[in-house]
Ligand binder design. Structure first.
Ligand code: NAD
Length: 378
C-alpha cells in the first residue's frame, strides 16, 4: 500500500455544462478509494446531485478551488468533457465522457493532456463494472418513461372506478438494449401493456424476459447482430423496409420510447414523416437517440415538437434528472476503473496494450508519458 505522501492525487471537478447535475465521484467512493488515492474535490462539485462539501470532507476528501485542483491533480475525473482544458497543465490525465466531440479531443491533444474516454469502455465481462454507458443508459430508460408519462394525456395503468374503466396504455421500446429494456420494465411496473423491438435476434428473449411482447413486423427482416453485443448498420433498403413494416405496429401505441443506436453512426431512422402521419394524435415519442441524429425524423434535441398532435421529446441528458442515483452509478464505474488503473500496489499504469486501458486511450499511446508521474508526492 502506498504511504500517504506517495498516493496518487486525483481531482473531482464541478461540472460546468448547462443542465449537468451529476458528479463523477460520490463521497462513499472517496472513502473506498482512500487507501490508494488522495482526492481533491472542487467546492460545490456534488451539490446539484445532493452531495454536500461536508459529506466529501467527512469521507476524507480535501475541498479546494478549481485552480488549485488543476495545479495539483495528476488525474482529473469528470462526467462531461470540461471546456476549460486550455488552462490545464501538460501531462495531466483526464477521465470523462466526451470522445464523440473531436474538436474537444483535439484541444486536449494540443494541451498534451491524455484522455481516457469513457464511451470507449470495451464490452468485455471484466469491464462491465466500469461501463458508464450501460449504467447511465439504464437510468435514461427509466427516466424516459417518466418523461413520456408526464406528457401523455392518458394514464399508463388500467383503472376501474364507479365512473367507468380506463384501459392500460400501450407502450413500445424500439431498440431493446440496456435503455430499452429498462424502459419496458419501468412502463410495465406502471401498468402499461409493453412491447419491444430490436434488429438483434438476441434481444427477443431479453424483451420477453422483462414481460413484454416482442414485435415481429409482417415483413421478414434480416437480423443485424454486430460485434460486442452492438447492432450492425443496416443497408438503406433494409432500413426502409423496416420503417414500412414497423408503421402499422406503432399506430396502436400511445407511448413510444426509441433507443436504437449503432456505434459511430447516425442513429437509424425508424419513424419518418409518413409513419408520423399514421400515429394517433396524443401519442408521445421519447427519442433517446436525439443526440446522434434521432430515431424519429421530427426529433429536435432537448425540444418538444408537435406534429399534428403527436408529441416528440428529444431529451439528451435524462440521467441528470435523477442526478443522485446517476452519480452513484457513474462513481461506482469510475472507482472500478481507477482500481484497475492503479493495481494492487497503487501505481498508475497506462498500458496501451491492456484490454481495458488500450481502448480507453483510443488505442493510442498516452501523451507525454515521461511527464506523467505514475505517483506524485502530495
Ligand atoms: P446501443 O445503445 O448501442 O443500442 C441500443 C439498441 O438499439 C441495441 O439493442 C441495438 O441492437 C438496437 N438497434 C440498433 N439499430 C436498430 C434498428 N435499426 N432497429 C431497432 N433496434 C436497433 O446498445 P446497448 O443498449 O448499450 O446494448 C446492446 C447490447 O449489448 C445489450 O444486449 C446489452 O446487454 C449488451 N451489453 C453488454 C455489455 C458487456 O458485456 N459488458 C455492456 C453493455 C451492453
Amino acid at each position: 500500500m502506498p504511504s500517504s505522501s506517495q498516493k496518487l492525487i486525483a481531482g473531482v471537478v464541478a461540472e460546468r455544462a448547462p443542465g449537468e447535475r451529476r458528479v463523477a465521484i460520490v463521497p462513499s467512493d472517496v472513502r473506498r478509494l482512500e487507501s490508494k488515492v488522495t482526492l481533491l474535490v472542487e467546492h460545490g462539485a456534488g451539490q446539484a446531485a445532493g452531495f454536500t462539501d461536508e459529506a466529501y470532507a467527512l469521507a476524507g476528501a480535501t475541498l479546494t478551488n478549481r485552480e488549485a485542483l488543476l495545479a495539483q491533480a495528476a488525474v482529473i475525473v469528470a462526467v462531461r468533457f470540461p471546456a476549460d482544458v486550455d488552462s490545464w497543465r501538460e501531462g495531466a490525465l483526464l477521465i470523462s465522457l466526451g470522445t464523440r466531440d473531436t474538436a474537444l479531443e483535439a484541444a486536449l491533444a494540443k494541451r498534451r493532456v491524455t484522455h481516457l474516454g469513457l464511451e470507449r469502455v470495451p464490452r468485455i465481462a471484466r469491464a462491465q463494472s466500469m461501463d458508464v454507458l450501460s449504467s447511465q443508459a439504464a437510468i435514461a430508460g427509466y427516466a424516459a418513461v417518466l418523461e413520456g408519462a408526464r406528457s401523455l394525456n392518458v394514464m399508463l395503468p388500467m383503472l376501474t372506478t364507479a365512473a367507468g374503466s380506463i384501459k392500460p396504455a400501450r407502450m413500445i421500446a424500439l431498440g431493446a438494449g440496456v435503455a430499452g429494456l429498462q424502459a419496458i420494465a419501468t412502463a410495465r411496473r406502471l401498468g402499461a401493456i409493453t412491447h419491444g423491438f430490436d434488429i438483434r435476434e438476441a434481444a427477443r428473449e431479453q424483451v420477453e424476459s422483462v414481460g413484454a411482447k416482442f414485435i415481429h413486423p409482417a415483413t421478414p427482416l434480416a437480423s443485424a447482430d454486430g460485434s460486442g453485443g452492438y447492432a450492425a448498420e443496416q443497408a438503406a433498403e433494409e432500413q426502409e423496409r423496416l420503417r414500412r413494416a414497423l408503421a402499422p405496429e406503432l399506430a396502436s401505441m400511445q407511448l413510444i420510447i426509441t433507443t436504437a443506436q449503432v456505434p459511430g453512426r447516425r442513429a437509424p431512422l425508424l419513424i419518418d414523416a409518413a409513419t408520423l402521419g399514421t400515429l394517433t394524435p396524443g401519442t408521445v415519442i421519447v427519442d433517446l437517440a436525439a443526440e446522434s441524429g434521432g430515431n424519429c425524423e421530427a426529433t429536435r434535441p432537448d425540444e418538444l415538437v408537435d406534429v399534428a398532435g403527436v408529441r416528440i421529446l428529444g431529451p439528451t441528458n435524462l440521467p441528470s434528472t435523477v442526478a443522485t442515483d446517476a452519480s452513484r452509478l457513474f462513481s461506482g464505474n469510475l472507482r472500478s476503473l481507477l482500481e484497475h488503473l492503479l493495481g494492487a500496489e497503487g501505481q498508475l499504469r497506462l498500458d496501451s496494450g491492456d484490454p481495458i486501458t488500450g481502448p480507453l486511450l483510443g488505442n493510442r499511446a498516452p501523451i507525454n508519458t515521461a511527464s506523467h508521474p505514475p505517483t506524485i508526492v502530495a
